[in-house]
Design a protein. Structure first.
Length: 329
């Protein structure tokens, strides 16, 4: 069995940057493979608006871990600016950056930016074309329906031909874009195994249809994870923290594509083939299921939910490194 890579999303919310930095530095000491930042806007005590800025901070305190966005919301960026920021972060980190990117879905965020929710997929295709051109060519001349770009960027990224681009999201069109335009697909934590397997099948078919023959060697998967010393303690933490987030966000008007309001209030329904919650043994069993059924090679643990204490996340990093990871090495 290939060595399972393990990454995590640290504590979130703009006031907790120092705590996040402490978690990331500790995770690197413990041998974690990656750390990731999410992007949402105007959510109190949860999420960050600026994943690249935060990762730049993490880059200065780590030397080995992969740094990634999971997920950056493309419509809120100009493609030239984003190409430059990504190149800079790649250079600053010594070639350790992965761009997880998607088209977004929350109307209030689009209203905040004054960006049209319609046609965001078509704009996204042009954004990717502009960025890849700027990363790989001396200069570009691009004229699309949404963007006209002429010139070059400096510096170019350190990673050749460019940092990995992993597309997140669902839906037939998104999976088509992921298959044709991305280096990989990065599914989010809200999908259960059945939906994951269907998405993976579709993604691979789309790659083939696009004439891409190089095999996908890494299968990343983001999961909501709570580990504690006992199953019961983990479950209590889930009731207290995951359910608050899901009730308030997914059942409270976020209109997530497939966390409908009825399921967003039922922990047992939510846990099934979706969350990893428990003591070390139970977590190993749940992770093994994703390794065997999905062929997951890179587990990205979302460890923060509103109110989850920093000290517990520090404990989780220890438990994962000492009691869970050895089962997969």
């Amino acid at each position: 069995m290939a060595r399972l890579k393990i990454g995590f999303i640290p504590i979130e919310g703009g006031h907790y940057y120092r705590e996040a930095l402490e978690e990331v530095a500790r995770a690197e000491e413990l041998g974690f493979d990656s750390t990731w930042m999410e992007e949402h806007h105007a959510v109190v005590d949860h999420y960050w608006p600026s994943p690249l800025t935060v990762l730049a901070g993490f880059a200065t305190r780590t030397s080995r871990m992969m740094l990634g966005t999971n997920i950056l919301v493309a419509p809120f960026y100009h493609p030239v600016r984003l190409a430059e920021e990504v190149a800079m972060l790649d250079v600053m980190s010594g070639g350790r950056f992965t761009l997880g990117i998607a088209i977004g879905y929350k109307p209030d965020e689009f209203a905040l930016y004054g960006v049209d929710l319609e046609k965001r997929g078509a704009r996204f295709e042009e954004q990717l074309a502009v960025m890849k051109g700027l990363w790989t060519q001396e200069r570009i001349q691009f004229k699309g329906r949404y963007y006209a770009v002429e010139g070059r960027i400096e510096p170019k990224p350190m990673t050749k031909p460019h940092p990995p681009v992993w597309i997140g999201g669902w839906g037939d069109l998104t999976l088509k874009r992921a298959g044709a335009l991305a280096d990989n697909w990065l599914p989010g934590p809200t999908a259960d195994l059945k939906r994951l397997l269907a998405g993976k099948r579709q993604f691979l078919e789309n790659r083939k249809a696009a004439g891409l023959a190089s095999p996908i060697t890494e299968w990343p998967l983001t999961r909501d994870l709570i580990i504690a010393d006992t199953d019961r303690q983990a479950r209590e933490l889930a009731e207290r923290h995951i359910m608050v987030a899901y009730r308030k966000e997914y059942a409270g008007g976020w209109r997530h594509p497939f966390i409908d309001a009825s399921i967003a209030t039922d922990l047992d329904k939510l846990m099934e083939d979706r969350f990893i919650i428990g003591g070390p043994e139970q977590c190993v069993a749940k992770i093994r299921r994703f390794v065997e059924a999905y062929a997951m090679t890179h587990l990205i643990c979302r460890t923060f939910f509103p109110g989850m204490p920093h000290r517990h996340i520090m404990r989780e990093l220890e438990l994962l490194a000492r009691e869970v990871v050895p089962a997969f090495r």
